[in-house]
Ligand binder design. Structure first.
Ligand code: GCW
Length: 644
C-alpha cells in the first residue's frame, strides 16, 4: 500500500476490556457486515484476541444488534459486563468506529446514543478529470486519472476514513466543470461511476456530482440552456433518469452557476430559483437533491468603483429569493461573505433564509491559510461560525441551528499521507466530528486526533494539541491580521503581495494610502453591516464595539488609530507580524523536541514543512511591514529593522 491509513492505523494496546474477546451478532446488510469487519480488524490491530461467537455464554462480549431501516442513529450501551451496539447497518458503522476510537483512547465503557446533527455531511472535491486538483495541495486526484474516473483500493479506504469521523457524502469533481468532466453526465463513464458509488455505499457515503448549467448545449447539442425552455427541461429529466437508474447511491448535483464565469440562468434572464428548481424537478423522482452555490459576485469590478462591495453580493442575490426554492434545493453558502480568508465575519446570508434549506460550506483545503505547507488548524474558526448567534429569531438562531447541512472543500489528494502536511489531517478528521456534532470541542478533537494518529505518548499529545490550537492565530498574525485579508499573491494565493489584488477586478480591496487602510462597511460606507440583524449590525458598525480581530474588515482607519491597548493601528500590525514569526518558530521548535518520540519519516516530513512555514512567515513579515513603512514612513516604535 502506497499510502497511510491516517487515524485508522490502530495502535497496539497493552490492555483492552474483557468484552473485546467476544463479538456476537451477524449483521445481514452490506453495511452491517462492513461494521463487523471493521470491528474485528480494528480489535485485532489493537491486540485483542477477538472471536466471533454465536452467543455470549454469559461472558462479557460486544453484541451487534442490527435494526432494520437506513437511519444513521447509533447506540452503544452497557449490557452486563459487556456492550451492546444497536443501529441500522449505517448506525453500526458509526457505532463501531466510535467504539474503536474510544478503545484506542483508553476509555472504557463508552455509553453513547447519537444521531448526526445534519443529514448531509460531505466533502467537495475540486478534482478535475485530468487528475489535477484546483486548489489541491496534496498531490493529484485519486478519483480521476487521464480523463476518466477510477475506483481503486484507495477509494474504499477513503470511504472508511469518511465514515469513521461521521461523514456521509462526497462530490468527486470540481464545481468548475470542464474538459471530460462534462461527460460524467452522459453514458461515457457510467461503469466507472457505478463502481465508485457502490464502493462508497458500503460505508454509507453518498456520491454527488458537480454539473455544468449549460450541459444541455455542451452535451445535448441544444441551442440554449434556458431553464424554462421545454427541451432543456426534458434534456435534464432524461439525463437524470438515465444517470440515477445506472448509478445507485447517487445523491444529487452540485452547481456553481453565474459565478466566476460559469454559465447560469442569468444569461437567459432567469433567476437562481428558476435555474435551481428546474434541476430539482429533474432529480426529484429519484430522491435527488440540488446543492446550489451562492458564491455569486461581480468578478469584473473596476477598482475605481467604490460603491460595489463584494461582501454584499451574496445576500443581495439570494435573500430576496427565500421561499422560492423547491424543497430538494439546498443553497450552499460559504462561511464568510467574501472567500475563505483567515478571518471573516459570518456570512449574513446565513441569517436570512427562513424558508429555504442551506448547506454551510467550509474550506479545509488551505487555499488562503497556508496551502498545507503551514500548519493551520481550522476547527476553532469553524466553531466560531457555527456558534454565531444571528439575532434574527428568538430560538434556534445559532448558525449551527439555522443550517440544514454542512460541507467542506476537501484537502485530500494522492500523497501517501493524503493531506500533504501530516498535521492537516486534523482538519479532515475534525470537520467530520463537527459535522456530526457541531458542539464538539476543537481541543478535544485535536487531542483525540493526535492520540489516534501518533499514539498515546502524553508529551506528543500535549505538544501536537498545543501547536494545533495556536496555529490559526499565529498564521493570522504574520499574514493578514485584523480581518484585512487578500494580501496574497494573485492566482496562486500563496505568499505575500500587499497590493496584488488592489487594481484588479476581483473586488477585494484594502485601498491603503499613506494615511489609512481598509474599506468602511458601516452605514457611512458601503452599508454592508446593514445586512445583519440590528444587534450584529450595530456591533460591527461601531469601531468601539466591533471585535478587534475584524476591525479592518469593517472599517477604514487611519494608521494612527488607537487600539484598545493604546497601540496605534500601524504598530499593532508591525507587532503582529514580528510576533507571528516568533510564535511560528516556537511551534517549530516544539515539534523538533519530539524527534525521538515519533516515527522518523513523519517527524522529518513535518519538520520540512515547518522550515517552509518559517521561511514564508518571515517573508510575509518583511514584505508587509516594509510596504507599510514605505507607505507611511512611520518606523517601528521598537526600532526593529524593516527589511526590504
Ligand atoms: O476562492 C475561489 C477559488 C477558486 C474556486 C472558487 C469557488 C473552484 O480561488 O479556485 O473555484 O473560489 O469557490 O468556486
Amino acid at each position: 500500500m502506497d499510502y497511510s491509513l491516517l487515524w485508522l492505523d490502530w495502535k497496539r494496546k497493552s490492555s483492552l476490556p474483557a468484552y473485546t474477546k467476544r463479538i456476537v451478532g451477524m449483521p445481514a446488510t452490506r453495511q452491517g457486515k462492513a461494521a463487523l469487519r471493521e470491528l474485528l480488524n480494528g480489535l485485532k490491530a489493537m491486540g485483542a484476541d477477538s472471536e466471533l461467537c454465536s452467543g455470549s455464554d454469559g461472558c462479557p462480549s460486544i453484541r451487534l444488534n442490527e435494526c432494520p431501516g437506513g437511519g444513521e442513529k447509533a447506540e452503544l450501551h452497557r449490557s452486563g459486563e459487556g456492550l451492546a451496539l444497536i443501529g441500522s447497518g449505517r448506525g453500526l458503522i458509526y457505532g463501531v468506529f466510535y467504539l474503536l476510537r474510544h478503545l484506542a483512547l483508553g476509555e472504557d465503557y463508552p455509553e453513547w446514543e447519537s444521531s448526526p446533527a445534519y443529514p448531509i455531511r460531505m466533502l467537495d472535491h475540486w478534482d478535475n478529470a485530468d487528475g489535477s486538483i484546483e486548489r489541491g495541495y496534496s498531490g493529484r486526484s485519486f478519483f480521476f486519472r487521464s480523463g476518466r474516473p477510477v475506483c481503486t483500493a484507495r477509494t474504499r479506504d477513503y470511504a472508511r476514513l469518511l465514515a469513521s469521523c461521521g461523514l456521509n457524502g462526497c462530490c468527486i469533481n470540481n464545481v468548475n466543470v470542464h474538459g471530460s468532466a462534462l461527460k460524467l453526465l452522459t453514458g461515457s463513464y457510467k461503469r466507472e461511476l457505478k463502481r465508485i458509488a457502490v464502493c462508497l455505499e458500503e460505508y454509507g457515503v453518498a456520491l454527488w456530482l458537480s454539473v455544468s448549467f449549460s450541459a444541455p448545449m455542451e452535451l445535448g447539442g441544444l441551442a440554449t440552456a434556458d431553464p424554462l425552455d421545454p427541451e432543456v427541461r426534458q434534456w435534464w429529466q432524461d439525463t437524470s433518469r438515465q444517470l440515477f437508474s445506472a448509478i445507485p447511491n447517487l445523491a444529487g448535483f452540485l452547481v456553481k452557476a453565474d459565478s466566476e464565469g460559469r454559465p447560469g440562468p442569468h444569461s437567459y434572464g432567469r433567476s437562481h430559483a428558476e435555474g435551481a428548481n428546474m434541476l430539482a424537478e429533474a432529480v426529484s423522482p429519484f430522491g435527488g437533491k440540488i446543492l446550489w452555490r451562492c458564491f455569486v459576485y461581480n468578478c469584473t469590478q473596476d477598482w475605481r468603483d467604490t460603491e460595489t462591495d463584494r461582501a454584499k453580493a451574496q445576500r443581495d442575490a439570494f435573500a430576496p429569493l427565500d421561499g422560492q426554492f423547491r424543497e430538494n434545493v439546498f443553497l450552499q453558502i460559504k462561511n464568510g461573505p467574501v472567500d475563505f480568508q483567515i478571518r471573516e465575519p459570518v456570512s449574513p446570508l446565513l441569517g436570512e433564509l427562513e424558508h429555504t434549506s442551506s448547506i454551510l460550506e467550509f474550506q479545509i483545503a488551505q487555499e488562503y491559510t497556508g496551502q498545507q505547507k503551514h500548519v493551520c488548524y481550522l476547527l476553532p474558526m469553524f466553531r466560531e461560525v457555527l456558534d454565531q448567534q444571528m439575532g434574527r429569531r428568538a430560538d434556534r438562531d445559532l448558525v449551527a441551528e439555522r443550517i440544514s447541512a454542512v460541507c467542506a472543500v476537501s484537502n485530500t489528494g494522492d500523497d501517501p499521507n493524503w493531506t500533504g502536511h501530516d498535521l492537516a489531517a486534523a482538519n479532515l478528521f475534525g470537520f467530520g466530528l463537527l459535522s456530526w456534532d457541531p458542539s464538539a470541542e476543537p481541543e478535544a478533537i485535536a487531542r483525540e486526533w493526535s492520540i489516534l494518529t501518533f499514539g498515546g505518548d502524553p508529551e506528543v499529545t500535549d505538544t501536537v494539541t498545543d501547536i494545533l490550537l495556536r496555529s490559526r492565530s499565529v498564521y493570522e498574525k504574520y499574514t493578514v491580521p485584523l480581518g484585512i485579508g487578500w494580501m496574497c499573491v494573485p492566482g496562486t494565493h500563496y505568499g505575500p503581495s500587499p497590493e496584488g489584488y488592489e487594481y484588479d477586478r476581483w473586488g477585494t480591496y484594502h485601498r491603503a494610502t499613506h494615511r489609512e487602510i481598509g474599506v468602511e462597511r458601516g452605514p457611512g460606507g458601503t452599508g454592508f453591516t446593514e445586512q445583519y440583524s440590528p444587534a450584529l449590525a450595530g456591533m460591527y458598525a461601531s469601531k468601539e464595539t466591533c471585535p478587534e480581530e475584524l476591525l479592518l474588515f469593517f472599517h477604514r482607519l487611519p494608521f494612527d488609530y488607537r487600539m484598545k491597548d493604546g497601540r496605534t493601528l500601524l504598530q499593532r500590525i508591525y507587532d503582529d507580524h514580528f510576533e507571528g514569526v516568533e510564535e511560528a518558530r516556537a511551534m517549530s521548535d516544539a515539534w523538533d523536541r519530539l524527534e525521538d518520540r515519533l516515527d522518523p519519516a513523519v517527524f522529518a516530513r513535518v519538520r520540512a514543512r515547518f522550515r517552509e512555514q518559517l521561511r514564508s512567515a518571515a517573508e510575509w513579515r518583511d514584505v508587509v511591514n516594509s510596504w507599510l513603512y514605505r507607505l507611511t514612513l512611520i518606523p517601528d516604535e521598537k526600532g526593529r529593522k524593516l527589511y526590504l
